[in-house]
Design a protein around this ligand. Structure first.
Ligand code: SF4
Ligand code: SF4
Length: 180
């Protein structure tokens, strides 16, 4: 898709999700908020390990090069969280990743996609001791299970990313339950 088409799709997705969030049941909204809280807590814990390994400084000297391959990792639950928390970023779909700026990632750690929070290269892992590496991958496994739970619940959710998954959904609701 061209950057302008992706931007149009982004706006469509936001508008559609706003409508859906206004019409879901309280029980469904509570389920989403609970999963968002679990995901965000885990993402902060994983990021703390990244910071302890001097990740910020290592990534700065590398100029965030892995983000240049970060096309459209963002998932349904990340966008739902951003909408509910009134933290919708302004993406640039002409950039290598739409959330990559000269000052780094536009998304707070808690709103970043699973793939971004859980990726560390060898340079960073080399700054972790064995216990930290074990803890990193233990948390990654729990976080993956929460994202998978969301994927299994909603037709519009996939770890492959919101844009790859949704352009085939046509008029279907993104928060439509798979099992209903
Ligand atoms: S995780 Fe590794 S490859 Fe990615 S920006 Fe940081 S140092 Fe560079
Ligand atoms: S969302 Fe942020 S962390 Fe992920 S690839 Fe884009 S700029 Fe990098």
């Amino acid at each position: 898709m061209l950057p302008t088409d992706l931007h149009t799709r982004w706006e469509e997705v936001l508008n559609q999700l706003r409508l859906e969030l206004n019409s879901i049941t309280e029980e469904e909204l509570l389920w989403l908020q609970q999963r968002i809280a679990l995901i965000q807590t885990l993402q902060e814990q994983i990021h703390a390990l990244f910071l302890d390994a001097d990740g910020s400084e290592i990534c700065r000297t590398c100029s965030g090069s892995c983000c240049e391959h970060g096309h459209n990792h963002i998932t349904l639950i990340n966008v739902v969280a951003a909408l509910l928390q009134h933290k919708i970023p302004e993406p640039d779909f002409a950039a290598p990743c739409p959330f990559l700026t000269s000052r780094g990632c536009l998304l707070t750690v808690s709103l970043r996609p699973f793939n971004c929070v859980t990726f560390i290269c060898n340079a960073i892992e080399a700054h972790m001791d064995a216990a930290q590496v074990t803890e990193f991958y233990r948390l990654e496994k729990i976080l993956r299970a929460h994202y998978t739970e969301v994927d299994q619940r909603y037709v519009g959710s996939s770890l492959r990313g919101l844009f790859i998954g949704t352009h085939r959904l046509d008029a279907q609701r993104l928060l439509k339950r798979r099992s209903i």
